[in-house]
Design a protein around this ligand. Structure first.
Ligand code: ATP
Ligand code: MG
Length: 563
């Protein structure tokens, strides 16, 4: 009962789920629901793909269906095994399982060839000798209808012979194509005798040198869906005008007919979300590889400290639209903070250390204070953190001449060192340039653990590390990769790389973190209290060099209020 009530108050289904639900209820395809995620292995997956993965695997999950992973490997020129591997790794990392249903469009090359032959036999496809430019010339445009190719009326026998010879490598690349014979006057350009096979004398990662011809996207995609018994073929809006062709192939070949449904692709501010553009960033050295933490690739985001949970939550919140739109990167950051707030362990660290000597603390003494691992998850308990006479705080947490509402440390003021003691600043030591290099403080031994000994109030609490045990760390601070929220919008003749942010990576080599940070494995998230969420970078060398990435900054309420 209660469950039903809950379901009724759930948010309404999006337009795709509504359709899927109807089809299931109406017994279409015997009530089966079967989706697929079909990336081309010509680059690494990005956040946009994550949205598609969550949608396809999510729907299968919610409607008791199945989802396949299929590599759309019909273009051997740009595709690599490296990409194919990474795609599988990334889908698994996001938390989805295709079980034994891992396929390649190239698994179907023979079947596709046989279907092409069938089209020729029925007079519905022909071998064309026009080159690319000539073809485009005759194709017409949105206002002008196209003209038929002079090769359109070849006999079935001649077409069959030529197509077979194309397959066997008897013609040079680009000299011929196989085209569907549909309608050169169609208002839909995709139906104007589209190319369905082209000659390519390239080795294919899966089929080697077996094929000298490769099917077009349009000829391979729908038929692969059909072969796999897909019921709902979900794709992005740019394929809307391809749907009539998708339907034409299924109907003309008399094969299982999946329903193609389009949704708006994910666009987000301050990133480029296209494999082609990302490849340029990598190849031109603007970033340090596909897994650079500034990239919106899943590998980059993972290295930066993004969690699958945060990305899944983001995909859900973004929802589905039928029109192009732009999502703000702040939503993604919000999802990450919300997830890490629940799960990340807390540690102490300072990015810009300022030495503090506690003059009334016994020299040579060390003690351990208890620090809470995660206030959001009491089960994680506490840990011991060492404390002694010399500590470091962050330079940001001290001001010699503070404004009124500054509650951190300043001359004569008292502040709480988190988990440790109350300290009061007694003296400032400066170097010959007037830079503050050290503070002399006193502590109140009665305030151990950070508790007030006599009910007196201390407004500020700051973090610190013990000079004797803290570990030096390189901190990589990431900012937006682009300066413009829409990097693709450029001045006349400009290029999206003109909008790169030259300061998107700042390296801080002086940070100090509490020693237990070195025990956290690369990738495991932690919060450096009051600074942000971090994870150790795989470039670290245990025991020698600690390198940490800032995943996302904490919101600094004081800085915000004082803007
Ligand atoms: P890109 O433009 O980055 O090369 P693509 O669409 O060519 O992307 P594919 O490998 O062909 O990449 O895409 C696999 C699936 O992911 C397709 O179903 C595609 O529609 C979907 N997809 C790609 N980019 C996005 C995006 N930004 N938002 C949502 N889905 C996307
Ligand atoms: Mg593509």
């Amino acid at each position: 009962m209660q469950n039903n009530d809950q379901e009724e108050t759930e948010k309404p289904l999006d337009f795709i789920r509504t359709r899927v639900k109807e089809d299931k209820e109406n017994g279409k395809n015997d009530g089966r629901i079967h989706t697929r995620f079909p990336p081309e292995p010509n680059g690494y997956l990005h956040l946009g793909h994550a949205k598609s993965i969550c949608l396809n695997f999510g729907i299968a999950d919610e409607f008791d269906g199945l989802c396949n992973l299929r590599l759309d490997d019909t273009n051997p020129v740009a595709e690599k095994t490296e990409y194919a591997q990474a795609i599988q790794e990334d889908v698994r990392w996001l938390g989805f399982d295709w079980e034994e249903r891992f396929f390649h469009a190239s698994d179907y090359f023979q079947q596709l060839y046989d279907w092409a032959t069938k089209l020729i036999e029925e007079g519905k496809a022909f071998v064309c000798d026009l080159n690319f430019d000539e073809m485009r010339e005759l194709r017409g445009n949105l206002t002008e209808s196209g003209k038929e190719s002079p090769y359109r009326n070849r006999s079935v026998e001649e077409n069959l012979q030529l197509f077979q010879k194309m397959k066997e490598g008897g013609f040079p690349e680009g000299s011929k194509t196989l085209r569907a014979k549909i309608d050169m006057t169609s208002p839909n350009l995709n139906l104007r005798d589209p190319v369905i096979y082209r000659i390519l004398h390239k080795e294919h990662p899966k089929t080697g040198n077996q094929w000298k011809i490769y099917p077009s996207y349009d000829f391979a995609h729908g038929q692969s869906d059909s072969i796999e018994g897909i019921t709902h073929s979900l794709c992005t809006l740019e394929f809307e005008h391809h749907r009539p062709l998708y339907d034409w192939f299924c109907e003309t070949l008399f094969i299982h007919h999946p329903q193609q449904i389009e949704f708006a692709r994910l666009n987000m501010t301050y990133v480029v979300m296209s494999k082609r553009k990302m490849l340029r960033l990598v190849e031109e050295g603007h970033v340090d590889g596909w897994d650079d933490p500034r990239m919106a690739t899943l590998q980059g985001m993972r290295r930066r400290g993004y969690t699958p949970e945060a990305i899944r939550e983001f995909s859900e919140r973004v929802g589905l639209a039928k029109r192009e739109n732009m999502i703000e990167v702040e939503l993604l950051e919000h999802c990450l903070r919300a997830d890490l707030n629940k799960r990340a362990v807390r540690r102490l660290g300072v990015l810009n250390p300022l030495k503090v000597v506690i003059e009334n603390y016994p020299e040579g003494q060390t003690e351990e204070v208890d620090a809470v691992n995660n206030p959001e998850d009491p089960e994680t308990g506490t840990r011991k953190v060492s404390f002694s006479r010399e500590i470091f705080i962050d330079q940001n947490d001290f001001m010699e001449d503070p404004p009124k509402k500054y509650f951190r440390l300043s001359p004569g003021k008292e502040v709480r060192l988190k988990y440790a003691y109350y300290v009061t600043c007694k003296e400032i030591i400066k170097d010959e340039n007037g830079q503050i290099v050290e503070l002399i403080c006193t502590y109140d031994p009665e305030s151990r653990g950070g508790d007030s000994p006599d009910g007196r109030k201390v407004k500020g609490t700051i973090q610190w590390v013990d000079a004797a045990t803290a570990v030096k760390s390189e901190v990589r601070l990431y900012d937006r990769l682009f300066l413009d929220p829409n990097p693709e919008e450029t001045e006349d003749g400009g290029d999206f790389t003109d909008n790169l942010n030259p300061e998107s990576l700042q390296i801080n080599g002086n940070a100090l973190v509490e020693s237990s940070v070195v025990d956290l494995p690369p990738g495991a998230p932690y919060q450096l209290e009051r600074i942000g969420y971090f994870c150790t970078d795989p470039d670290s060398i245990k025991g020698t060099q600690l390198i940490i990435n800032r995943s996302v900054a904490m919101r600094d309420s004081w800085a915000k209020a004082n803007k």
